[in-house]
Design a protein around this ligand. Structure first.
Ligand code: 1HE
Length: 261
């Protein structure tokens, strides 16, 4: 079944069985992130029905996302700027720590806040037209959508520093080499690849997906002794679920697929 919700249409939500496709829908402005777009993103991720097991995040048109809507900065005070960032943090946290894993399908510009957004997704697929940049330095501003944390965790703060200072723009393959994309496809094929990956993710045990999304980032920030304890607790909870028992038995009884290339 497929249903579409198009509230004001800055972000669309399509439900196709156990898959949700959430699409930035402002191609005339290159999907620039105004506060209304950010609010609609948050609402879309929050409203996913329990039947959904995986989501794809995409951008309509030739560019995934041109980052912050710069027209919103003209009149902003310092206090409003902080509130603004916190609205982004809240929305992006619904992506990273939301109900289901998120695969991001990208093309064209993935810049500034667009890269901050993509880095909140769990799996990133770029087509060959994709390029990554952090033009905040050129615009006289700074990261404000969580990129200092999320993008730095992906590629290291030294590369973030270099990209911001020099305006260095990376193509899709260069982005893949440093973790900004996990897959690169030919032009126009990112969504198809994202769908293929989403189907695989949806076939996992939901409790394993929950642990992968929520425990791994936490463990990465814990000291080793705490991390190992968190891992052991998560391992024991997932493996004692009836679904895990059935999946393991299915393999032992040769009813489940083998790992293959
Ligand atoms: C915008 C924005 C935007 C396009 N805010 N309106 N982001 C940037 O510095 C990137 C700025 N954008 C660009 O460099 C280019 O637009 C693109 C490379 C993304 C695309 O180029 P192109 O030739 O396909 O489109 P365009 O003609 O530049 O833009 C089409 C329209 O979108 C145009 O408006 P129009 O009314 O003249 O048609 C542009 O003004 C508009 N547009 N990008 C507002 N970003 C939480 S902190 C995050 C900090 C940041 O994100 S800094 C990075 C901001």
């Amino acid at each position: 079944m497929s249903t579409t919700t198009q509230t004001e249409a800055l972000v669309t939500l399509d439900i196709e069985g156990n898959l949700a496709v959430i699409t930035l829908n402002r191609p005339d402005k290159r999907n620039a992130l105004s506060l209304r777009v950010v609010e609609q993103l948050r609402a879309a991720f929050e409203s996913l029905p329990d039947t959904v097991r995986v989501a794809i995040l995409a951008g309509r048109g030739t560019h995934f996302c041109a980052g912050l809507d710069l027209s919103e900065l003209k009149e902003t005070t310092a206090g409003e700027g902080v509130q603004h960032s916190f609205k982004w943090y809240e929305a992006f946290s619904k992506i990273q720590f939301g109900k289901v894993p998120v695969v991001c399908a990208m093309q064209g510009a993935v810049v500034g806040g667009g890269l901050e957004l993509a880095s909140a997704a769990h799996v990133r697929v770029a087509d060959e037209t994709t390029y990554f940049g952090l033009p905040e330095g050129q615009r006289g501003i700074f990261l404000g959508g969580g990129g200092s944390v999320r993008v730095s965790k992906l590629i290291g703060f030294s590369r973030v520093t270099e990209m911001m200072l020099t305006g260095h723009v990376l193509d899709a393959q260069e982005g893949k080499a440093i973790n900004l994309a996990h897959y690169v496809t030919s032009e126009g094929q990112a969504m198809q690849k994202a769908r293929e990956l989403a189907a695989r993710i949806a076939s996992n045990a939901p409790l394993s997906n929950f642990a992968i999304m929520n425990a791994l980032p936490l463990i990465a920030e814990q000291p080793m002794s705490h991390g190992l304890m968190t891992e052991a607790l998560m391992a024991s909870i997932t493996q004692s679920a009836p679904e895990a028992k059935e999946r393991v038995n299915a393999f032992l009884e040769k009813r489940a697929g083998k790992v293959s290339l």
